[in-house]
Design a protein around this ligand. Sequence first.
Ligand SMILES: [Zn+2]
Length: 286
Amino acid sequence: MHGNEPAGIRALETLFRMLEEEPIRNPDFTYCGEIIGITGNLRACKMGRRYISRDINRAWEVGHIKNIMQAEKASLIDEDLEMRDIIDTISTEISMLTPDHLYLLDLHTTSADGGIFCIATGEAESIRIAHEIHAPVILGLLQGISGTTLHFFNQNNLGIPATAIAFEGGKHDDPLSVNRCIAATINFMRAIRVIQPADVDNHHDELLKKYSEGLPDIVEVIFRHHVEDVAKWQMRPGYYNFRPVDKDEVLAMYDGLPVRAETDGLILMPLYHNEGHDGYFIVRQA
Ligand SMILES: [Zn+2]
């Protein structure tokens, strides 16, 4: 979805090879469902940029999608065209396969180091799946922002019930983020019962559990710091996911002025790249 986050794409390339080879190694292996992997913003990926003209993961508003779907495809550009392609791809699969449920796993990485996590919607099913991935679960993130894939694919917007979760696999350029995205996807497939638990190698659980050691099981977002103009934003060095912060601690500079932590808690997704509007989130153990 974000063109500066290639780990999820590499992970799915490897995963599809594994799924092809598994039945040869393990004749009892069956996949009960259909999986499709989508590169969420092909043009941004080619440019290695987070997005072309707007953050695609803030553009999934129901009204906006309706306009995109009604427009002439030739008139669409940038993220609007990318979103149209994604919906067309998913809709074509739905009409061919007539599934009764759509499960969406949105793979991401972060500009800061220090932890992997799952972002769940408020639905029990999404939270259950997030727990079964074995990474810290973030609740309440969707209240402060809008237009994410989780907002859109969490409802019956494609004519069938849908459940969505997001996984953040670590730092953008850490090669191990690819392994963690593979492990999360396999655990996700196990959680939604398209593969049998007996067919899943323990090392996927171990990899994620080990990396989550010392991190909270479940946290709730209590604050999001909005950045209007990212060119004026400079995060102070040394912050990483789940690092404790104290109220009034200077976290960043904005236009030459200090930005102080609004409250005590753990910092999440401190913004170290120069695109986007989320400066950081502050979370607390739920
Ligand atoms: Zn992302």
